[in-house]
Design a protein around this ligand. Structure first.
Ligand SMILES: Nc1nc2c(ncn2[C@@H]2O[C@H](COP(=O)(O)OP(=O)(O)OP(=O)(O)O)[C@@H](O)[C@H]2O)c(=O)[nH]1
Ligand SMILES: [Mg+2]
Length: 245
C-alpha cells in the first residue's frame, strides 16, 4: 500500500457525480482521506457530501464555503486542510469523472520517483475524449502548447488538474503569492513548484468529458487564461530553488 494521502475534491453542482465518485474512491486500495470543498452548490452537493462524512467520519471531511467561488481558492483551502491532517501526499482531481479514479493507484506508486505526478493527456498512451469536437481538442492542445512554450516547461501536460503532490511541495509553495483562481491555477502552481526545484513525472491518462452536470467553461475564462500565462512568467522570474533543499 502506498503513502497515506488526502484527495481534495472541489465541487460546484456535482451532486450526481459525487454520489458515484466517493464510493469508488473509498473502495480503492489506498490509505486515503477525502476532502470535499463545496461552494454552497445550489444542487445540494454540499448536503450530500455531509451525508458521506457522517457515514465515514474518519475518511471524509467537508469544507463549506459561502459567498465565495473559484477552483483555485477552493484548492488552496483544501490543501491547507490536507496539510493539517499530516498526510504524506495530496491529490487534486476534478469531481466530474473527467479524471479516472482508478489511475490514482498508479500515480501514487510513481510518487516514489518524483516530488509530484501529473496525470497527462499528452504523453504516449494519454488521450482526450473521442466525443469532443475537433475545435475543442485543438483548443486544449493549443492552450497547453502555448503555456509550455512561454514558460519553457518540458512536461507535456501543464494545464491538467489531475495531480499527486508530496505534501512537502504543497507546504513549500508560497501561497500568499499565488493569484490565479481559475484555470491558470494549474499552470501557476506547477511553475512555482518547478522553479523551487521540485521534480515531476507524468503518467498517461484518458480525459473523459463529463456525463452529468453542466460545463462551467466559457470564452471569457479562456481569454483571461491567455494573458495570465505571461503574468506568471514575469511574476516568478526571480524565484529559484530553496536554499534549504
Ligand atoms: N468549489 C468549487 N469547485 C469548482 C468551481 N468551479 C469548478 N469547480 C469544480 O472543479 C472541477 C473542474 O471544473 P469543471 O467545471 O469540470 O471544469 P472543466 O473540466 O474545465 O470543464 P467541464 O467539465 O466542461 O465543465 C469540478 O469538480 C468542478 O465541480 C468553484 O467555483 N468552486
Ligand atoms: Mg470537468
Amino acid at each position: 500500500m502506498s503513502v497515506q494521502c488526502a484527495i481534495v475534491l472541489p465541487t460546484f453542482n456535482e451532486r450526481e457525480n459525487l454520489r458515484r465518485l466517493i464510493p469508488i474512491l473509498l473502495a480503492l486500495p489506498l490509505d486515503a482521506r477525502i476532502i470535499v470543498v463545496d461552494d454552497d452548490s445550489p444542487d445540494g452537493t454540499g448536503i450530500l457530501a455531509d451525508e458521506f462524512a457522517a457515514a465515514h467520519p474518519s475518511k471524509v471531511n467537508v469544507l463549506h464555503r459561502k459567498g465565495e467561488r473559484g477552483l483555485g481558492s477552493a484548492y488552496r483551502l483544501g490543501f491547507q486542510h490536507a496539510l493539517s491532517l499530516g498526510v504524506g501526499a495530496i491529490v487534486q482531481m476534478d469531481s466530474d469523472f473527467s479524471h479516472q479514479p482508478e489511475m490514482l493507484v498508479t500515480m501514487l506508486e510513481k510518487l516514489t520517483s518524483a516530488d509530484g505526478v501529473i496525470g497527462s493527456r499528452y504523453v504516449p498512451g494519454g488521450s482526450l475524449d473521442e466525443k469532443w469536437p475537433i475545435w475543442r481538442k485543438g483548443l486544449s492542445h493549443w492552450g497547453n502548447f502555448y503555456a509550455r512554450s512561454i514558460l519553457s516547461i518540458r512536461l507535456k501536460d501543464v494545464t491538467g488538474g489531475f495531480r499527486v503532490w508530496k505534501s512537502e511541495v504543497i507546504r513549500a509553495i508560497p501561497w500568499e503569492r499565488i493569484r490565479s483562481n481559475g484555470y491558470v491555477f494549474q499552470i501557476e502552481t506547477l511553475y512555482v513548484a518547478m522553479r523551487l526545484g521540485y521534480s515531476f513525472a507524468e503518467v498517461p491518462i484518458h480525459f473523459a468529458d463529463r456525463t452529468w452536470g453542466q460545463s462551467k467553461l466559457n470564452w471569457r475564462i479562456q481569454f483571461e487564461a491567455a494573458w495570465r500565462v505571461w503574468w506568471v512568467l514575469y511574476t516568478y522570474r526571480k524565484l529559484g530553488p530553496r536554499a534549504s533543499r
